[in-house]
Design a protein around this ligand. Sequence first.
Ligand code: DX5
Ligand code: ZN
Length: 222
Amino acid sequence: MAEKFKIKIAPSLLSADFSSLASEIKRAEKAGADMLHVDVMDGHFVPNITLGPFIVKAMRRVTRLPLISHLMIDDPGKYIKEFAEAGSDMIIFHIEAVKNPKALIRNIKSLKVRAGVSIKPGTKTGSVKNILPMLDEVLVMSVEPGFGGQKCMREAFPKIGKIRNDYGYKGDIGVDGGINYENARLAASMGANVFIAGTYLFGGKNMKKLISQMKRIKCCEN
Ligand code: DX5
Ligand code: ZN
């Protein structure tokens, strides 16, 4: 595999202490995060409820890091504009939640925001195959979306290889759910280059050390 993709680290704020959100964001920033992953849950698409555009707007005021809104919500099209206006740099929606992904991607891009699509552990790669050229990122979930702190389902990883190698996708491939150093390495060997990690990074003693270790992982190498 000749091509190399830049490794990027996205701490998931779901595991941050929300009573001190601004300082948690600074902590991730100082530790070398490339972007911040914001988990939006609506109690319908997933059983849990987290936050909406109002909080993204507050986050926007305290950091210049790209804010990635991972929408685990039904009918995401309804809220795209609000998340864009709140200051999201990229909006990732779930392929399982929409009927017309192409129209939604066009809508996101028309708001000058990057567009990504996420697939749940049980969702096949074929569901995103024909939209790959329109996407900035494919996010492969390695837990059932809804909660932080779950065990990584490594059986989802071969889908990364399929998207990277069989489909020849050249954009970012993120992996989200139970990611630690070892799981990130395995995912990277298959072609992932964006590591989303909540519990591992916010729960660890030294986020800076953990991030720099993860950044040394090479994509697409065994
Ligand atoms: C799960 C979320 C993840 C989660 C990751 O529904 O999409 O982003 O916060 O948390 P950890 O790293 O703890 O699995
Ligand atoms: Zn997420």
